[in-house]
Design a protein around this ligand. Structure first.
Ligand code: GTP
Ligand code: MG
Length: 462
């Protein structure tokens, strides 16, 4: 008979056919030692935290050596009795073993080990999500951020903020009970200040976070500018190879040309396109097509590098094409800095201050000046969603986290307003709402649908 409570899965990555590598078969659930007894033989009986040499019988004739890792409830990943068989065997043999185990246990669903850990109170939901992120991590920044989440920094902060909200709420509600007697437990100013501080703490989490979804897909970064601004030269210099033709003749590039740019842990698609032409009247049919293709691509880019020749004295034409791009994230880049003198650079910087919220990156494709700083800036712009200069050492939050944090910030904002207006009862209601919203990030109020969507992103065996 199959015991529905015992789950089994291969939790290591499968080696490719013909290869032999260490495979891990993981089991969890009460009664698993009985299931294992007929299959994995050890000299000594399993006991807590033991690693025992074992022989695994795959068929009447075939037996392989392995190690059995034993974990006992509640001190295991899932909180239940758990075992791991570490085997050096071909994938077929491991598969065969899992089939044999499935005669008395069942194959785990994706994420089911972690789901059990969550249900048994071994981790909270944000930590479980972090496991999902690590399992599917596409790059190192994401991995580092996910690990931070797993280690509970996020959960800890949320818990503390919730505790504080409950504190203030208690004091306000106590005051409401004693309105007749005119006893006040907390003044409106004190309450508003404490609420504002918690609100800022949550906003800080949001501001200092990486949007997980941004890190999974490769985003496009485009080079924009007038013809001859040095876009193709910059693309080649950033990629470290000649991808796009460079020439002193205007309108050399016509099509979109791409290359994958590695930004120390994350990658993006960098693309070159035709220089944008400020005057519609002077455009030939071909110019028009090239211009339109470039504008369309740049409007969809995650980030545009707006290139301006550093040696120029008039920026009137640059302004005219700038209005065509309408990209949310723009990094102003001065090109050919090796050719510009100090006066020209000062003129450019002063002019740029009025039009861009961010400073110019001074670069030269010829000397390599400013290229690594520009790469860091692109990376930060991709991660933070802004063209800022902050460090990429951030917490990964997915849409669910962000939405809840934003909702809670809104409730606290409104609560502070209500306190100022002398409406304590409404303020108390809003505080409770904020408290509940944040609670959704932990284990309370988690609907099955959300659980399902979180755990279905895992792979089997985790
Ligand atoms: N000295 C110097 N010359 C540069 C630099 N970057 C580009 N140039 C020169 O500027 C001219 C135009 O460069 P491109 O990279 O083709 O310019 P582009 O913006 O791609 O031009 P289009 O494709 O025509 O829009 C070429 O003669 C390059 O050699 C630089 O950093 N320093
Ligand atoms: Mg070009």
């Amino acid at each position: 008979m199959v015991n529905e409570d015992i789950i089994v899965a291969v939790s290591s990555a499968l080696p490719s056919a013909g290869q032999t590598a260490r495979s891990i078969v993981r089991l969890s659930g009460a009664g698993l030692w009985d299931v294992l007894a007929g299959i994995a033989t050890t000299d000594r009986p399993p006991r807590a935290d033991a690693v025992l040499p074992c022989r695994v019988r795959l068929s009447r004739r075939l037996e392989i050596e392995g190690m059995l890792y034993c974990f006992f409830s509640p001190r295991s990943y899932t909180g239940e009795d758990m075992a791991e068989l570490h085997l050096w065997a071909a994938p077929d043999a491991v598969e065969h073993l899992v089939q044999r185990l499935c005669e008395r246990a069942r194959l785990a669903q994706p994420g089911e080990f972690t789901l059990r850990a969550y249900l048994n109170g071994k981790m909270d939901l944000t930590q479980a999500e972090a496991v999902a992120q690590i399992v599917s991590s596409a790059n190192s920044v994401q991995l580092a951020a996910a690990e931070k989440l797993l280690h509970g920094r996020f959960s800890e902060t949320i818990r503390r903020v919730r505790g504080d909200i409950l504190d203030v709420l208690g004091l306000i509600e106590a005051g409401l009970d004693f309105t007749e007697e005119d006893i006040e437990f907390i003044t409106a100013e004190q309450a508003a200040a404490r609420i504002a501080a918690r609100r800022d703490r949550l906003q800080g989490l949001l501001d200092g976070s990486v949007q997980l979804e941004r890190l999974i897909d490769l985003e496009a970064v485009g080079l924009a500018g007038l013809p001859n601004a040095g876009k193709s030269s910059l693309l080649n210099a950033l990629l470290g190879r000649t991808r796009s033709i460079v020439s002193p003749i205007e309108a050399t590039t016509r099509d979109i040309l791409t290359g994958v740019l590695d930004l120390d842990g994350i990658s993006c698609v960098l693309f070159d396109c035709a220089g944008l032409m400020p005057d519609a009247q002077t455009r030939s049919r071909l110019d028009y097509l090239a211009h339109q293709t470039a504008v369309d691509a740049l409007r969809q880019a995650a980030v545009a590098l707006f290139c301006i020749d550093a040696g120029k004295s008039s920026f009137e034409a640059d302004l005219r094409i700038l209005s065509e791009i309408q990209t949310a994230r723009l990094i102003p880049v001065a090109t050919k800095a090796d050719l510009a003198d100090e006066i020209a650079l000062r003129r450019l910087t002063e002019w740029g201050r009025d039009f861009f919220e961010a400073p110019f990156s001074l670069t030269s494709a010829r000397t390599g000046q400013g290229l690594s700083e520009l790469k860091t800036r692109i990376k930060n712009a991709l991660i933070t969603g802004r063209s800022g200069e902050e460090q990429a050492d951030r917490l990964t939050l997915n849409r669910r986290h962000r939405r809840r944090l934003e909702e809670a910030v809104k409730s606290l904002d409104q609560a502070a307003d209500e306190i100022h207006a002398g409406r304590e009862e409404t303020a108390a209601m809003l505080l409770r709402q904020g408290y509940e919203t944040l609670g959704g990030l932990e284990r309370e109020n988690v609907s099955e649908k959300i659980l399902e969507s979180i755990f279905s992103r895992f792979c089997i065996g985790k």
